[in-house]
Design a protein around this ligand. Structure first.
Ligand code: HEC
Ligand code: HEC
Length: 278
């Protein structure tokens, strides 16, 4: 009798352990590497993987909505997983009020706006496969975050005010010394290193065109591999220098402004070609 009771106890205990071990709420997500190597993906994870591809190779996987050379991951570093580099594990923070467009934004609208401004492209429709896939990837990255609580290192850090106005002339000196070797003589980018201004860059409506956001991003992450090495003043100066350079028009200004901008850019690049500059 006693041994039967023990056996019963054991069976109950074992099934409890099994339930805990297989409880989907407790299961951790497979790593991105693991997902990329899988031969077969279910619908959910195939969408997550497409979102990852769009974030890392935007002009290839979301070509129809992208207007420049950038990929999301050029600013959302490490495919959106790096703190202080606008990480994308922010699903639990949306919907969220934004003064930029004066409405409460869902994550979908937030994604679409980065296509319009940062990617200097076209705003994809709300239910386009591209937006849904990036949203799935953002959900995947947000696993384990507390809903409504800003994840650690969200956005970019605030660089302290120095009491001096940002000085673009000093910013040029910093640019020439610490950025030019990678981002190019004219901010045009070199190979896989993205442009900082000119026709291949973000437009005048982008978040990066805000000096305090650019200074925060640059101070925390640039020069690439040596983040936090610039002084606060250097970060303000170089951000103000970059954001004074010519870049695509703010799409909110309408099609005429965009047309003039295209004509200007074409003539400008023709002159450069004639002069034999890159
Ligand atoms: C030129 C740099 C740049 C590129 C390229 C870029 N973004 Fe952004 N993104 C930003 C900046 C700057 C912010 C605003 C951060 C802030 O408000 O603190 C932002 C914010 C976001 C947010 C909200 C993050 C938050 O903290 O709430 C999402 C989501 C997002 N971007 C998605 C994308 C997607 C998807 C792409 C590619 C299709 C993309 N971004 C491309 C610079 C960029
Ligand atoms: C060692 C090469 C290197 C140096 C030096 C460097 N960067 Fe970058 N920068 C990169 C790379 C690479 C990326 C894109 C990162 C990625 O995709 O993972 C980048 C991205 C950026 C971006 C966001 C994307 C864009 O194109 O707008 C900004 C802004 C930026 N760098 C500014 C600077 C500034 C300012 C300096 C000098 C203080 C600097 N960088 C120095 C390599 C460099």
């Amino acid at each position: 009798m006693a041994s039967r009771a023990k056996l019963k106890c054991f069976i109950i205990f074992a099934s409890w352990c099994f339930a805990i071990a297989t409880n989907p709420c407790q299961a951790t997500q497979p790593s991105m590497q693991e997902l990329l190597e899988r031969d077969f993906l279910d619908d959910y994870y195939s969408n997550v993987v497409l979102g990852y591809r769009i974030v890392t190779e935007t002009s290839q996987y979301a070509a129809r909505y992208t207007g420049n050379q950038l990929s999301c991951k050029n600013c959302h570093l490490n495919a959106g997983t790096q703190k202080d580099a606008i990480p994308l594990n922010v699903a639990g923070m949306y919907p969220k009020w934004r003064s930029k467009n004066g409405v409460r934004n869902g994550i979908g609208l937030r994604i679409r706006e980065c296509f319009l401004y940062s990617q200097n492209g076209i705003m994809p429709p709300e239910n386009s496969p591209e937006v849904l896939a990036v949203a799935a990837y953002i959900n995947y990255l947000s696993d384990g975050q507390t809903i409504g609580k800003p994840p650690e290192g969200m956005g970019v850090p605030t660089v302290a005010e120095t009491g001096q106005d940002p000085n673009p002339a000093n910013g040029k000196t910093t640019y020439d010394m610490k950025c030019k070797a990678c981002h190019g003589e004219n901010g045009e980018g070199i190979g896989p290193i993205p442009p900082l201004w000119g026709p291949g860059s973000y437009n005048l409506g982008a978040g990066m065109h805000n000096n305090s956001k650019a200074a925060g991003f640059i101070w925390a992450n640039m020069p690439f591999g040596s983040g936090r090495s610039l002084s606060a003043q250097e970060a303000w100066d170089v951000a103000s220098y970059i954001n004074l350079q010519h870049r695509p028009e703010d799409p909110r200004k309408g099609p005429i402004a965009k047309l003039f901008d295209t004509i200007y850019t074409r003539i400008f690049s023709l002159i450069r070609q004639v002069k034999g500059k890159p």
